[in-house]
Unconditional design. Structure first.
Ligand code: DX5
Ligand code: ZN
Length: 216
């Protein structure tokens, strides 16, 4: 299991320290939630924050683009140093072109799905992806509760991935904590994104360590 703390819930005045703390705790990826105030009702980070994260750590930085029409911004996030970028199927009109462009740029491409978006929307693009981000809350905010039906969706996607002999990873994002992480991993998650569960208690190193223990 890869733990990817979301800096959305971090103390941003101490961003580099927060990143180094989760890294000591065992995190192996940093997740940056990019929101435009249109696709989701919140505004957060742009490429400069991805660049700041890359300066603070050697861990891969993953950008989750919750924006309307992400295509014009892919190069800016690639240039900022993102190792992987996910775009939402609901907001990307030319999904294949976006995914192919990311791969040409040497960035791992992923597609994110809102809770109510059917898995069937992935059918054609699945073989071109390095990962699928299954949202386990409606995107926009940290500190929400995981929606239990999304775990069944995750199980079905895992089954499809295995049945089609694909090697892509499944990332799950939203409401994951030590109380449910074992179920999330059991349902097929390879990468778990954690915001509040990593940063809320004020000791991110210990929080990530505790999450890893709770998953085993
Ligand atoms: C929600 C974001 C998540 C969120 C996770 O829109 O995509 O990455 O920050 O935070 P928690 O773990 O608090 O739900
Ligand atoms: Zn996210």
């Amino acid at each position: 299991m890869i733990v990817a703390p979301s800096i959305l819930a971090a103390d941003l005045g101490r961003l580099a320290e927060e990143i180094r703390a989760v890294e000591r705790g065992g995190a192996s990826m940093i997740h940056v939630d990019v929101m435009d105030g249109r696709f989701v009702p919140n505004i957060t980070f742009g490429p400069v924050i991805v660049r700041a994260c890359c300066r603070a750590t050697a861990l891969p930085v993953d950008a989750h683009l919750m924006v309307e029409d992400a295509e014009p911004y892919l190069d800016a996030f690639a240039d900022a140093g993102a190792s992987s970028i996910s775009v939402h199927v609901e907001s990307t009109r030319h999904l294949q072109r976006a995914i192919a462009h990311l791969r040409e740029r040497g960035v791992s491409p992923g597609v994110a799905l809102n809770p109510a978006t059917p898995l069937a929307t992935l059918e054609e693009i699945l073989p071109e992806l390095d990962y699928v981000l299954v949202m386990s809350v409606n995107p926009g905010f940290s500190y929400q509760k995981l929606l239990p039906p999304t775990l069944d969706k995750l199980r079905r996607l895992k089954h499809t991935v295995l049945a089609r002999g694909l090697s892509l990873k499944l990332q799950v994002d939203g409401g994951i904590d030590p109380g449910n992480v074992k179920d999330v991993v059991g349902a097929g998650a390879d990468i778990v994104v954690v915001g509040a569960a990593a940063f809320a208690a004020g000791d991110p190193e210990q929080a990530v360590r505790g999450l890893i223990e709770a998953a085993s």
